[in-house]
Each structure stands twice: as C-alpha cells, then as structure tokens.
Design a protein around this ligand. Structure first.
Ligand code: SF4
Length: 208
C-alpha cells in the first residue's frame, strides 16, 4: 500500500535525527548545542542517496541520538511524536518515506558545519582546530583498519591517540564544567566511540 501523506509512524525518527542545513540556522534558538553532534570529516555515515555507508568528505552537524544510539533525541517513542515538531529541521519537514524526492532535494542544500556555529575568533574555535589537527578521524580509522586481528590488544600508536584524545576532552570539559556529551557539537564524539562499530574492544576506553 502506498500512502499519500506521512503516517507519523516514527520509523524515520528511530533511524536517526536529521543533518542540519543552512535553512535550519534560525532554529538554533530552539535547539541547544548540547542536542547537536558534529560528524567529523572521515567518519562513516549512512548515505540515503546510495543506501550505503560512506566516509564523510566534509563534516556535518546533526541532531544527536539517545545515549549511544541514533534514535533522535527529540522522538517521544511512546507517543510517537516529535517534541520540537513546530521547530523541526528542514530534512524532517521534507521527509515523506513513500516518496523521498523532496528529502533528497533537501539533502542537496548546503549543510551546516562548526564554522557556521562557533565564532572563529574565540578560544573555543582554537580548541576545535587543535583537536582536529591532533586527533583526525582519518588517522584513527586508518590505524584501526590496519589491525587485522585485535586479539585482545590495540597497537600502541592507536592506543596513545585514543588516550590523548580522551585527556584533551577531559581538560576542556573540566574547564567549561560540562559533560563530554555536551561537547559533541564542538569536538564530535570521542574517537573510541567512533571506532566502536569496527570492534567491541574499543569499549574498554569508555571509563578510561
Ligand atoms: S527532529 Fe522530530 S521529526 Fe525530526 S527526526 Fe527528530 S523526532 Fe523526528
């Protein structure tokens, strides 16, 4: 059966929150930065256009998921409703799963990046640049993929990279008195969490 209008089943919201586009900038007065996550360049992300996981050629900002998953933080699962419905982002307003033409068109609109959200003359921007230069996702993924058999251990170069990144984040979180999760819009997710889908061994850093 093909529906002519959205049935509000919530399946899309369960799969993940939307990426944010230039048209969504005005919504940021309703959406706190702590509810946003930066997916950094190099991270693997599902591309609905190709229906496959692809490394991101440029970072994007997205409404984050609940806990470690991707179900949209604004999805009220029991009521199957959106808690920011009147302020929902462009992709959500365009999405109709029986006909994805409109959302694919919306996805072609330029996405937001940290540059659009953080003043470049700020101390925070210096932290973001430092973090990006010292802990690139591409390097972590390359090292992780080079390990054909983890056999209970992680090579010292990757282990060092992950631990130094955790320390960097802790220092910043302590300085601004925030939880790590509140930094996801600025630093992305911790490297160990980005690597976790490759191997459960990376969960050992959760409480490092
Ligand atoms: S913002 Fe609202 S409509 Fe969009 S994915 Fe989240 S819960 Fe669904």
């Amino acid at each position: 059966m093909t529906f002519r209008e959205c049935q509000r089943c919530g399946t899309c919201c369960e799969k993940g929150g939307p990426a944010l586009h230039e048209a969504d900038l005005g919504l940021l007065e309703h959406i706190p930065m702590s509810d946003v996550v930066c997916l950094r360049r190099g991270e693997m992300a599902f591309d609905p256009r190709t229906q496959s996981l692809q490394p991101l050629s440029a970072e994007l900002m997205k409404i984050r998921g609940k806990d470690r998953g991707w179900e949209c933080i604004y999805f009220l699962s029991q009521a199957k409703t959106c808690s920011i419905y009147s302020h929902r982002p462009l992709e959500c307003r365009s999405l109709f799963c029986a006909d994805t033409a409109a959302v694919l068109e919306a996805m072609a609109v330029p996405t937001l990046s940290r540059q659009d959200m953080v003043p470049q003359e700020s101390a925070l921007w210096d932290c973001i640049t430092d973090h990006e230069n010292n802990f690139p996702v591409g390097q972590a993924l390359r090292l992780a993929k080079a390990e054909t058999d983890f056999a209970g251990s992680i090579c010292s170069e990757l282990d060092d990279l992950i631990r130094r990144e955790i320390h960097f984040r802790q220092v910043l979180a302590d300085r601004v008195q925030a939880a790590d999760r509140d930094l996801w819009a600025y630093l992305g997710r911790p490297l160990w969490l980005v690597l976790l889908p490759l191997n459960p061994i990376f969960s050992r850093y959760e409480h490092a």
